[in-house]
Structures are given as C-alpha cells and as structure tokens.
Design a protein around this ligand. Structure first.
Ligand SMILES: O=P(O)(O)OC[C@H]1O[C@@H](O)[C@H](O)[C@@H](O)[C@@H]1O
Length: 301
C-alpha cells in the first residue's frame, strides 16, 4: 500500500497518520492519550516511544540514515533469523534480514487508550537468497502508557526451523555514566569484548567501558535505573531466555558511521533475545512467541 492507501485504510485522525521520508521510508506517527511513537514499516522498526509526562524512552541516532535497505541506528531493530553475525558458516547481514525488509501492516486499532498495530513479514527474495523460505513473522505492538512488543515466528516448513531473534531495544539515558541495571545478579554471561569468556554477573550492571554481554538462561525483568536512579525503565519479558546489554563506548561508536561520536553517552541497549545456547529450534507447523513489556516511572528522591 502507498501512503494514501495506508491513511485511507488504517489512518485514525489525530492518532495514526502515515508519512514518508524524502528517501521513501514510510512511517506511522502515533499520538495516543498517553504516549507518542513512531514506527517505520521497514523492519517494523519502532523508532520512538514517549509516554506523557516522561522524557523519550527510546533512543534513535541523530545520524541514522533513513534509506531503504539500511538498518535504522537506534529504536528497536528486530533481529531474525540470527543475532549479530551469522554463525552457520554462511554469509548474511548483521542481525539477519528482518530489520531491512518492508513489513506489511495488517491491523491498526485504538482499543481503550492503547493503539494496537500488527505487522507481518513472510519469505521474500532476500530471505530466500539466504535460505529462509518457509516462515512467517507477526509483530504486535501495543502503544500507550506501557509499550508491549510481541514477535511470533511460525514455521511453515516440513523440517525444524532453527533461529535466533532479538528485540534490540536502544533505551535513551541521561548519561551512560549514571545508569545501573538490576535483575541480572547471579546470571552467567558471554563477554563479547573479552573473547566470549563466560563470566558471572555480580550485583547491578554499571557501564564503564565497551560493554557487549550475552546473559544466558534468564527470564528476569531488568530495571534500568537512569539519571542516577531518578527514572526507572522496567523491561519485563516472556518467551525469551537471553538478555543482551550493549554500549559501544567511545571507540566502538567512532566506528559506526551512522552514530554521532558523542551519542554513546545517550543510550544503552537492553535486548530481549533468544540466541547462542538459547537458540530456538521450532518444530514443523509450530509457533514461538517472545514479548517485551516496558514501563517507566519517576522515582521521588
Ligand atoms: O551494528 P549492528 O549490526 O546494529 O549491531 C550492533 C550491536 O548489536 C548488539 O546486540 C551486539 O551484541 C553487538 O555485538 C553489535 O555490535
């Protein structure tokens, strides 16, 4: 559907309006009674969410290139069917193909004060060229005072579907030096900045250098204590047993052409994932659902 058709079929005056970037990327601009948000059809990519009375919760880089076929830097990229680099000996784009494909909007409605959107992705030329031709994805977003992101994978093949997945959420923070993340105390992680060595988390996570950690076997809710504890962002999840925490720090950010050199101060990624030893093997005809649920609270001192 083009923009006119999207606005005609799904538009809700004052609540859901579709626009396009000069390069042709279509995005839904959303205003509910309790939040604003932006969702691009490419990648089903949530690029902004701000509940009323709060600062923006989702970070998107000022330098992201909004062009077809290029992953948006920030927001919530959906990684599928692999996380980070492909590791079956074949080549393919970082974090898979789902985040650089156009998804189809199939449902939009205001239910109470929340906007519900459903986008779908099936096999296409790119996915087939990478060996994935019998799957379907459905992404259900509920946008309001709470943000719910739910990804369902269906295996239409006669053989098992092996995949990794992530809701690679970039959270906006006041300053990376002032954050702490609780919920992963006692959880083992692979330290990607130390040759994937397996380590044990002790206490809260603070970020004081390049951080790229794959926490395994955890279904825990994480609390991102932002602005020296004045704001809490709660990230609860189901259907996910991996949590990734990532910040590239100064040197890593300098290597990212689509990130301003100072922006690494302004976000931390807490990702709802199934990867590494938590990779999913889905039986023929089966489905798998992973959900992240985000709430924000201001903490009185
Ligand atoms: O630059 P990309 O492909 O968006 O990936 C960003 C980062 O995503 C994180 O989830 C990975 O753990 C990192 O290793 C990776 O660098």
């Amino acid at each position: 559907m083009d923009i006119n058709q999207l606005n005609e079929h799904f538009g809700l005056p004052g609540v859901l309006v579709f626009h396009a970037t000069p390069s042709g990327l279509i995005h839904a601009d959303i205003t509910t009674p309790h939040a604003t948000a932006t969702v691009y059809l490419q990648g089903a990519h949530l690029a902004a969410w701000q509940p009323a009375g709060h600062q923006p919760v989702i970070f998107t880089s000022r330098k992201t290139e909004l062009v077809p076929g290029k992953a948006i830097r920030g927001g919530v990229p959906i990684a599928f069917p692999w996380f980070a680099n492909r590791h079956d000996g074949k080549t393919g784009p970082s974090h898979g193909f789902a985040r650089i494909q156009d998804w189809t909007l199939v449902f939009a409605a205001l239910a109470g004060d929340d906007l519900h959107l459903t986008l779908t992705l099936g096999p296409n030329e790119l996915s087939r060229s990478l060996g994935f031709d019998q799957f379907r994805l459905a992404y259900q977003l509920t946008i309001g005072r709470t943000l719910t992101m739910q990804l369902t994978v269906a295996n239409d093949a006669g053989a098992p579907l092996v995949f990794e997945e992530a809701l690679h959420t970039y959270y906006a923070v006041t300053d990376i030096h002032e954050i702490a993340i609780s919920g992963l105390d006692g959880v083992s992680y692979l330290d990607k900045v130390d040759n994937f060595n397996k380590k044990l988390q002790q206490g809260d996570i603070t970020v004081a250098g390049p951080t790229d950690r794959v926490y395994l076997d955890t279904t825990a809710t994480c609390v991102l204590k932002d602005h020296a504890g004045k704001r809490h962002i709660n990230v609860a999840k189901t259907g996910s047993t991996t949590t990734v925490v990532w910040n590239p720090w100064e040197d890593g950010a300098a290597k990212l052409a689509d990130m301003d050199p100072t922006e690494w101060h302004e976000f931390v990624a807490i990702e709802t994932v199934n990867a590494a030893k938590d990779t999913i093997t889905l039986a023929p005809g089966a489905t798998h659902t992973m959900q992240a649920r985000v709430t924000v609270e201001t903490v009185e001192s």
